[in-house]
Write a protein that binds this ligand. Structure first.
Ligand code: HEM
Length: 141
């Protein structure tokens, strides 16, 4: 008789090592964000609430428990980032921090590349400006 059972799927969340890995990842990531002037300038000084949300979001994105949406509703990440001037340079810096954090916590090469690839399109989707409007031009007409 044909085997009709579904093939078992394992989430990226499980492969990475679940909660303890994601906690180590966001800890390492936000230390790097805070050490990068381009990024630290748009993040709050108390990084803990953002770090917790990011932990919940990545958990969900990688196929773990869906607590982010349970607590905060649909992610709508681009809309949530609109108050912050996100340039291509910032997206690149964000991805570099993430790549460095993955390496620092010891995620092996193939999985590291897979995760960075998965996050690259999300990061570039957040870009919402080409220039940071820090000009205070007088209105002349
Ligand atoms: C492209 C570069 C990015 C920059 C510069 C950036 C920056 C920020 C900033 C400034 C905040 C808000 C901090 C606050 O609440 O005061 C934030 C929140 C957040 N970011 Fe990003 N972000 C980027 C990309 C991403 C990506 C790729 C993801 C997901 C993989 C992500 C996930 C989140 C989440 C989940 C939050 C919390 C949203 C909430 O309020 O529920 N961000 N980000």
């Amino acid at each position: 008789m044909a085997d009709t059972t579904e093939p078992e799927t394992v989430s990226l969340y499980t492969i990475l090592g679940g909660e303890s890995t994601l906690r180590r990842l966001v800890d390492s990531f936000y230390k790097k964000v805070q050490g990068n002037p381009l990024l630290s300038s748009i993040f709050p000084e108390d990084i803990r609430p953002v770090r917790e949300k990011q932990f919940l979001f990545l958990t969900q994105l990688f196929g773990g428990p869906r607590s982010y949406s349970d607590l905060y509703g649909p992610p709508m990440l681009r809309a949530r980032h609109l108050p912050f001037p996100i340039t291509t340079e910032r997206a690149t810096a964000w991805l570099e921090c993430m790549s460095d954090a993955l390496a620092e916590i010891g995620v092996e090469d193939a999985m590291h590349a897979f995760v960075v690839d998965r996050l690259t399109s999300v990061a570039h989707h957040m870009v919402n400006t080409t220039v940071e409007l820090a000009l205070d031009l007088p209105i002349t007409d």
